[in-house]
Design a protein around this ligand. Structure first.
Ligand SMILES: C[S@@+](CC[C@H](N)C(=O)[O-])C[C@H]1O[C@@H](n2cnc3c(N)ncnc32)[C@H](O)[C@@H]1O
Length: 227
């Protein structure tokens, strides 16, 4: 099975390789992670370009379409289910999306332990697992701590987009975002390709909840819509 990975012996480049799943599992936090060059995510790609992340990418429908639409960007899809990672890798190969990389790991772990501040232009979290029951809500990936990590990882002026079918989840994220100084609401200019789950919910006519937040630039621009 071929999955894009980066090894210590091929520092500075990404390659596809035949390997067992155990070979690409994330090693324990704190050790070197051969998948992610924390100091410079650009090294996972063939050339430096603004980085856009699709976290919890599922079958990669959004990530692949976005990478196709924006060949000038580097798109990083992160997914923890191996079958879905393989699907995304198939799209990379079939559609020759040299600007799309997929990582098989938890995106909360990636942000909390393997990221650098001010390194992403956009972060998209589309239909994170909702865990709607009250007693399960602590399992939600997008906690206040993880949202703060998203804020840290975004470049000044960078955008975070959330879309969910769960009103309660949305409200919790909105509250946490309001508590982060320098994270303001931004206009949705549209033009985002739909994700797989988005297509399902829209076809059923289900209400969706979402927003875009922008990290303030050094000059304070982007803060005016906060709240
Ligand atoms: C409901 S699906 C949405 C998939 C896709 N974003 C879409 O809109 O079609 C949620 C996805 O997030 C993945 N996921 C959940 N928690 C994750 C985590 N901590 N790290 C990486 N992937 C995660 C699941 O495996 C699943 O593929």
């Amino acid at each position: 099975m071929a999955i894009a990975r980066r090894t210590r012996t091929t520092a500075g480049m990404c390659e596809s390789a035949e390997m067992e799943p155990s070979a690409v599992r994330t090693p324990a936090v704190g050790k070197t992670n051969p998948l992610v060059p924390r100091e410079d995510w650009q090294r996972m790609f063939l050339r430096p370009a603004p980085i856009v992340c699709d976290l919890g990418a599922g079958n990669g429908r959004f990530a692949a379409a976005y990478a196709e639409l924006h060949r000038e960007w580097n798109v990083l899809a992160v997914e923890r289910k191996l079958q879905r990672v393989r699907k995304i890798q198939r799209a990379v190969d079939l559609r020759q999306l040299t600007n799309l990389r997929v990582l098989w790991m938890g995106w909360d772990e990636l942000l909390l332990f393997w990221s650098r501040p001010d390194s992403c232009r956009e972060i998209h979290v589309l239909f994170p697992d909702p865990w709607p029951k009250r007693r399960h809500q602590t399992r939600r990936t997008l906690s206040g701590r993880v949202l703060a990590a998203i804020f840290r990882v975004l470049e000044p002026g960078g955008l975070f987009r959330l879309l969910t079918d769960d009103a309660g989840y949305y409200a919790a994220v909105e509250q946490a975002a309001n508590d982060l100084p320098g994270f303001g609401r931004a206009e949705d200019s549209g033009g985002f390709p739909g994700s797989h789950f988005e297509a399902i919910f829209r076809s059923k006519g289900d209400p969706l909840y979402g927003a875009i937040w922008q990290k303030a630039r050094a000059n304070g621009e982007g803060e005016q819509e906060a709240g």
